[in-house]
Design a protein around this ligand. Structure first.
Ligand code: NAD
Ligand code: WQD
Length: 340
């Protein structure tokens, strides 16, 4: 059984990936400093998979701790590196916090685990900005970042390309996620936003449960069929499974190159108003919303060409918008009844 280190494994995408790795027969070790997650997630994972994964709480920016951990875990064959700060708005306020955390953690891992390691990195469709053509392919040029957060993903990809070029023993896949939403079907794990959610779906579920006021639709004057902005929303469980597929590809050493990048989305775009409708129809809950001005820095529309992932990872999404909305709502109700 291969042993995979999941950094940020108590976070939103990490916790779902831990479950899917276990389901696929992998042994998992989690490292997380709990800066944006709760220790209770370990019990939730145990309720789903029947065992509590091995867990170590420390900051990956601490090189000594990473060295000590690596010395005691020489059987790790792969790393899925989720740990990072991700709040776009906060990154504009506190750029150094983001550059320090997102770069130091990555560099420490690459320096310490530099031999025969499969490495999957959490990148983002944010690297494309507003693409020149849609659906956007991995060959599209990367645009100047709109935020320090986005910049950390772009530069991290460059760090990985340059490191892979001189480290043949390192096998890297970067996954560019589109917009992950939803929760595990058990409703035992899901997204735990910090404060007022900036992201659409957590705001919708919090508004529906009465924790927030009406949803503000950020602009209805875009050049889209209903005027609201378009994104490629992907169920977090499908996204988690893409990581398992990436690890398998790296293990099978199928690629001629030791650095590859894949878009991970559904390939379909949905507008803000379509998401509101999908939530209402899949949950039976009525939403209150208002049309407001465009949000600064937002792009008009993006959705991915995901044919490369389909062909080379043998992966594709299985869960639709209804399941994304239904599971997000079940999770919101669960955390109301069982506060974290
Ligand atoms: P999250 O905040 O829920 O999870 C990240 C986890 O990493 C948290 O549990 C946090 O405590 C931990 N962490 C952060 N810095 C750490 C450090 N220095 N040492 C140890 N642990 C640390 O975020 P998420 O939504 O699960 O995102 C996971 C990854 O995917 C991030 O790299 C993020 O940038 C990327 N990503 C997320 C989205 C999204 O919309 N959620 C989209 C594209 C890419
Ligand atoms: C989606 C759409 C909003 C809230 C962000 C990051 C990106 C990536 C994913 C990590 C947009 C609209 C939102 C609301 C609204 N993360 N909206 N009312 O902006 O595509 O991407 O998360 O890499 O880097 O920037 O996602 O969920 O914030 O917004 O109308 O209350 O919903 O304007 O059109 P976004 P989002």
């Amino acid at each position: 059984m291969s042993k995979i280190l999941v950094t940020g494994g108590t976070g939103y995408i990490g916790s779902h990936t831990v479950v899917e790795l276990h389901n696929a027969g992998y042994e998992v070790v989690i490292v997380d400093d709990l800066s944006n997650s709760s220790i209770k997630i370990l019990d939730q994972i145990e309720s789903i998979i029947g065992i509590k994964p091995e867990f170590h709480q420390f900051d990956l920016c601490d090189i000594q701790k990473v060295n000590d951990f690596a010395a005691k875990h020489t059987d790790i064959t792969g790393i899925i590196h989720f740990a990072a700060f991700k709040a776009v708005g906060e990154s504009v306020e506190k750029p150094l916090k983001y550059y320090r955390n997102n770069f130091f953690s990555l560099i420490n891992l690459l320096e310490v685990f530099n031999k025969n390691i499969d490495f999957v990195f959490s990148s983002s469709c944010t690297v494309y900005g507003q693409p020149d053509s849609l659906p956007v392919t991995e060959a599209e040029k990367v645009k100047p970042a709109e935020s320090p957060y986005g910049n950390t993903k772009q530069i991290a990809e460059e760090i990985l390309v340059e490191t892979a070029a001189v480290t043949p023993a390192l096998n890297i896949v970067a996954l560019r996620y589109f917009n992950p939403v939803g929760a595990h079907k058990s409703a035992l794990i899901g997204e735990l936003p910090n404060g007022v959610p900036a992201n659409l779906v957590p705001f919708i579920t919090q508004s529906a449960i009465g924790k927030r006021g009406p949803i503000m639709v950020h602009g209805n004057d875009y050049s889209t069929p209903d005027g609201s902005a378009i994104r490629d929303y992907i169920h977090v469980v499908d996204l988690a499974k893409a990581h398992v597929a990436a690890i398998k590809r790296l293990e099978e050493k199928k690629s001629a190159s030791n650095y590859e990048v894949f878009n991970i989305g559904t390939g379909k775009g949905s507008s803000v108003l379509e998401i509101i409708n999908a939530f209402e129809s899949s949950t039976g809950e009525k939403l209150n919303y208002q049309i407001g001005p465009r949000r600064g820095g937002d792009i008009e529309k993006i959705y991915g060409d995901v044919s490369k992932a389909k062909e080379l990872l043998g992966w594709q999404t299985e869960l639709d918008l209804n399941e994304m909305m239904r599971s997000a709502w079940e999770w919101e109700k669960y955390i109301k009844a069982n506060p974290f």
